[in-house]
Write a protein that binds this ligand. Structure first.
Ligand SMILES: Nc1ncnc2c1ncn2[C@@H]1O[C@H](COP(=O)(O)OP(=O)(O)OP(=O)(O)O)[C@@H](O)[C@H]1O
Ligand SMILES: [Mg+2]
Length: 255
């Protein structure tokens, strides 16, 4: 059974006054197997964040099905959804979503606190993650005292500290320089080797070349997919760049 099965998902947003409707997703279908590392690409406004929010059950699709291990998450109760998120899911928000009144350490601890873990365990878990992301020295600072890239790394640490089975990351390298991005991507590579499944939205062909598959979204649908298979990262990078050119200029994608 696939870990995730997305079938004919459609999302229409109605504005507050009901007048204008925005079709963010028109018909999205794809599956993700356990252990995959999938990058999701597409122009700004193509529906990537909308899709991740639906996969995390933070939002409901207007139509269509999302099966997680065969269970339709659209029909889960609030209680079941919370348990699913706590047990299985790490989410990196595009705008970080850190709590301003909490230090970075307490922000990162939050999912563990909610899971009822004791302080010793939390302290053990944060150490290697903070080191890998180079934020150890910043843990006592508050979000408003650190840079955007530092906030982003704290948001990544918060998503990974529970060792979630499924990581949904919305542009996790968007605020990072190339060195910090490389560190984060190598960390994603390692946790993926260890069996964690990753879906990562990115605008960067460089970042996407780390994935085992890249899914391109256009006009609210999956436009094309590229599998890494036995290609080198360099070859993958070139195929992604070429596909992005086709995506933005129109024309046929090659397989
Ligand atoms: N809450 C909302 N209400 C109404 N329209 C929305 C809402 N959220 C997103 N949209 C619209 O839906 C479309 C898809 O937005 P979405 O945020 O999913 O794009 P995206 O691919 O993540 O873009 P970006 O790369 O800029 O982050 C856009 O046209 C956007 O304006
Ligand atoms: Mg987005």
């Amino acid at each position: 059974m696939s870990l995730l099965e997305v079938t004919n998902v459609k999302k229409i947003y109605s504005t507050r006054f009901g007048g204008n409707k925005v079709q963010a997703l028109s018909n999205v279908t794809f599956t993700v197997e356990e252990g995959e590392f999938v990058a999701i690409m597409g122009e700004s406004g193509s529906g990537k964040t909308t899709l991740l929010n639906i996969l995390a059950a933070l939002d409901k699709p207007t139509e269509g099905e999302v099966l997680l291990e065969g269970k339709n998450i659209v029909h889960l109760t609030e209680k079941e959804i919370s348990a699913f998120r706590r047990k299985n899911l790490g989410f990196v928000f595009q705008d970080f979503n850190l709590l301003d009144t909490f230090s970075l350490r307490d922000n990162i601890y939050l999912p563990l606190v909610l899971a009822g873990e004791d302080h010793r365990e939390m302290a053990q878990k944060i150490r290697p993650i903070a080191q890998a992301l180079h934020i150890t020295e910043l843990l006592e600072k508050f979000p408003y005292e650190v840079s955007g890239g530092q906030k982003q790394r704290a948001a990544v640490a918060r998503a990974l500290i529970t060792s979630p089975r499924l990581v949904l990351a919305d542009e996790p390298t968007g605020a990072l320089d190339s060195k910090a991005a490389a560190a984060l991507l190598s960390m994603f590579g390692e946790i993926n080797e260890d069996g964690q499944t990753i879906l990562m939205v990115t605008h960067s062909a460089q970042a996407a070349s780390h994935a085992s598959r890249v899914l391109f979204i256009k006009d609210g649908e999956v436009f094309h997919q590229i599998y890494r298979a036995d290609k080198t990262r360099q070859e993958m990078y070139h195929m992604i760049s070429d596909t992005l050119t086709i995506l933005t200029t129109g024309g046929e994608a090659y397989a």
